[in-house]
Ligand binder design. Sequence first.
Ligand SMILES: Cc1cc2nc3c(=O)[nH]c(=O)nc-3n(C[C@H](O)[C@H](O)[C@H](O)COP(=O)(O)O)c2cc1C
Length: 338
Amino acid sequence: MTIMNSTLYKLCVAPMMGHTDKHFRYLLRIISKKSMLYTEMVASNSILHNKRNKLNKLEHNNENPVGFQLGGDDPQQLADCAEIVESYGYNEINLNIGCPSKRAQSGNFGACLFGQPELVAKCVKQISKVTKLPITVKTRLGIDDFDDIKHLENFINIVSEGGIETFHLHARKAILKKGVNPRKNRSVPPIEYEKVYNIKEKYPTLKIILNGEINAPLDVVNHLKYVDGVMIGRAVCNNPFILNDIEKLIYKENVINKEKVLSEYFHYIINNFNNNMKITDFTKHLSSIFKGYIGSKHTRSYMCHELNYEKDPLKKLEELLFKEDLWKNGQDLYTKVT
Ligand SMILES: Cc1cc2nc3c(=O)[nH]c(=O)nc-3n(C[C@H](O)[C@H](O)[C@H](O)COP(=O)(O)O)c2cc1C
């Protein structure tokens, strides 16, 4: 697939642990031809020591363009990982400077690196010695009391000096101190789009991608007046078809049909599923598209759990996906959101 640089980052799907695995990315690529996809974050030492089979996370289905997100703070380890990632055919290395979890803090990666821009720049320089892939950074607007715009500018100055041209900015700060868990820190403190718009104004030559609580296609169009691209996370998990709605708006093309998407994904499952696997690893990504249809709560639970226990899960899945009344009854959320 040819990657057009001018459009590459206009629409990105955020890295999300437990979600943006190769199956979900395959589904998203059927729906959206032009969005930039990202893997979940994988820590560099997990890759180098193949901890808990983390190398499985490197596999993909040519659903390019896909960026591989790395977490780590050791320049040489990250460079070694970047070489491995490139050999698997990914299109970009993305560094995670946004994860506020305790695990990330104890490993000195993720959001705590926001306070160490010189080390981030060093990592970027070391990675760029071993790969020609673009290197990008996904970060927050600050951490704890280190949240003044000057801190963000300082981070961007030093890290861009290290070679980064593209920043994905989750438009809120990370809270590392006790009492706020990472999940909550995706909704609090309030989102600050203006700060990101101002960064783009101040650094017109950098590519600035806005992330955080972008839930409606028309909002994407609005944000694109101020930044180079948007990155969407939870809204895509809640409704993968939103990508098509957005593409329709920003590229005026690519109207896809829901049944066709399901049929293509079903064939992917047939070709890739075997009895040593859980079929729900494939079908959990479909469950959200049943939202809004009659009986959807039961259907979604079935796709995420019970289907594993069927004798012939493929047959059951086929019956479920292509049962006509499932689509004819009920309200189609997909058309409602546009
Ligand atoms: C379940 C889940 C897992 C996430 N995992 C990652 C991750 O691995 N790497 C990362 O940079 N951000 C991760 N995030 C944060 C998202 O990439 C994104 O920054 C955040 O959800 C805000 O965007 P949204 O409001 O569009 O969801 C995760 C978010 C969710 C909901």
